[in-house]
Design a protein around this ligand. Structure first.
Ligand code: BES
Ligand code: MN
Ligand code: ZN
Length: 512
């Protein structure tokens, strides 16, 4: 979706040609003398339209108003969450119709975070998946709303917020697109190609390792998962260089299981198709890099994606097999379906070479996390309080929330093995925590956090599809670390060049 910010008051919006006009109305609306204000006041007074979030009224062909269709959408107290909900609902009303563009106006002055929420909701509603449909432009499919004009009385102070929100929206869209693609259209090789495409953007570099290089690195745990598949594994290394090389990077590690059958510990058939989403962590890393290319914040970021399939096969790993990870620790694979932690642990060890200020892994890791937190908040685990706090507040800001979970040492006891240094599963109790405890064994050289997005990365049922989470959370976190994004199109600022390491803020003992 294309976005444009314009200086528009309600009276201007009513006089401007547009296929559809969406007006967000907060509690206590008191408009001016113009036709649109009068219309809103009348609908509120009559009780036909309420300003509570989610309430809406569709008005067609109103006198004195140029746009044919007007949707009044209540946003209650005007909070970002309510704005997002209202815009989502109103877009639902417009989406089936003929309008291909929409003008969105706030009836009252809008804050930056409300504008950001509106942009995210517009972009969310305008995304359609078409990659594997034979006729993407089939007449039966409603036309896409491809353009949004955001009208505010004073656009000046909101330009930066718009630019940020649009960059996040593009990142979210890329993440959704890759996560949605079926396993046979999003193989490790194709994911690597997508990363290479990103590598062509300014300040982004990409390197892809194949089976030979991964073997040479000694990534025995990652290799073990991949060995049951005919698809070759790929280890993707992305770099975003927005600050001097001397500045320690943030490393993002995304689980890239392009399909998870469970392997020999095979999963039951119902809903197994949803395991194509098991590379949502990887997709979110791609999305973050897409956003970084646009925002150009003054920091360094590395993205690592171990990508492979988890398949049952004559050559596949078996329960009881013991493998040696890159760290040297041996792992007894008690359940081949706990494969995410096996590919991630080697990527975490690989992350050490970057001397990072923080490492965040993002993974659709456990069904247990879905049971614990559902689809509202991602599970967040962190070895560092400052990092935990930063991620928590980034999530709130981005409307992409997470919730901190515990890492007490006692949880790690479930992973004891009689035949290796560690087993790859604990029992059923606290399954999301024992998975995190497994990862923590490979993350003792840096400040580390783990986001379990098993519940938040996609929706099931009739709305089945990827959400693009937690791209918003991660981009907000990174912008916070950078202090302030560099202006789009510009070079890194002097401030960026002279500033100390991001670790001073993100790392141990720092204040977030
Ligand atoms: N990709 C799954 C986790 C998952 C399951 C995410 C369902 C979303 C919905 C992961 O690889 C997995 O299979 N985990 C197992 C771990 C268990 C064997 C300890 C799980 O959660 O059942
Ligand atoms: Mn699995
Ligand atoms: Zn998995």
């Amino acid at each position: 979706m294309d976005f444009e910010l314009q200086s528009l008051r309600l009276a201007d919006a009513a006089a401007r040609k547009s296929p559809a006009l969406m007006v967000l109305v907060a509690d206590g609306f008191a408009g001016g003398e113009d036709a649109l204000s009068a219309l809103i006041a009348r609908t509120v007074a009559s009780g036909d339209f309420k300003t509570e979030a989610g309430a809406q009224l569709f008005v067609y062909g109103a006198a004195g108003i140029v746009p044919e269709r007007v949707v009044l959408a209540g946003i209650g107290d005007g909070s970002p969450a309510r704005v997002r909900k209202a815009v989502g609902t109103a877009m639902g009303a417009l989406r089936g119709g003929p309008a291909k563009a929409v003008t969105l106006c706030f009836a009252q002055p809008a804050e930056a975070d409300a504008l950001r929420a509106a942009v995210l909701a517009l972009a969310d509603a305008s995304y359609t998946y078409s990659a594997t449909k034979s006729k993407p432009n089939d007449k039966k499919e409603p036309p896409r709303i491809g353009k949004a004009v955001l009208g505010v009385p004073e656009p000046g102070p909101l330009r930066e917020a718009l630019q940020q929100a649009v960059a996040v929206a593009r990142g979210v869209e890329l993440a959704r697109e890759w996560a949605n693609r079926p396993g046979n259209h999003a193989t490790p090789t194709l994911l690597a190609d997508a990363a290479r495409q990103l590598g062509k953007l300014p300040r982004i570099g990409c390197e892809v390792l194949g089976p030979k290089e991964v073997a040479r690195l000694g990534m025995g745990a990652f290799q073990a998962v991949a060995q049951g598949s005919r698809q070759e594994l790929r280890f993707i290394v992305l770099r975003y260089d927005g600050a001097p090389r001397s500045q320690a990077p943030v490393v993002l590690v995304g689980k890239g299981i392009t399909f998870d059958t469970g392997g020999i510990s095979i999963k039951p058939a119902p809903e197994m198709d949803e395991m194509k989403f098991d590379m949502s962590g990887a997709a979110s890393v791609l999305g973050v890099f897409r956003a970084l290319a646009e925002l150009r914040p003054a920091l360094n970021v590395v993205g690592l994606i171990p990508a492979c399939e988890n398949m049952p096969d004559g050559g596949a790993i078996k329960p009881g097999d013991v493998v040696t990870s890159m760290s040297g620790q041996t792992i007894e694979i008690l359940n081949t379906d706990a494969e995410g932690r096996l590919v991630l642990c080697d990527a975490l060890t690989y992350a050490e070479r970057f001397k990072p200020c923080a490492v965040i892994d993002i993974a659709t890791l456990t069904g247990a996390c879905v049971i614990a937190l559902g689809g509202v908040r991602s599970g967040m685990f962190a070895s560092d309080d400052a990092l935990a706090q930063a991620l928590q507040s980034a999530g709130e800001q981005a409307l992409d929330p997470c919730w901190r979970m515990p890492l007490d040492d006692e949880y790690g006891e479930a992973l004891k093995s009689n035949f290796a240094d560690v087993g790859n599963v604990g029992g059923r109790p606290a399954g999301a925590v024992t998975a995190a405890k497994f990862l923590q064994r490979f993350a003792d050289k840096f400040s580390w956090a783990h986001l379990d997005i098993a519940g938040t990365a996609w929706k099931g049922g009739s709305a089945k599809g990827a959400t693009g989470r937690p791209v918003g959370l991660l981009v907000h976190y990174l912008l916070m670390q950078a202090g302030r994004p560099v202006k789009a199109g510009g070079e890194p600022t002097k401030r960026a060049k002279t500033k100390g390491q991001a670790g001073a803020r993100a790392g141990k003992g720092g204040k977030a």
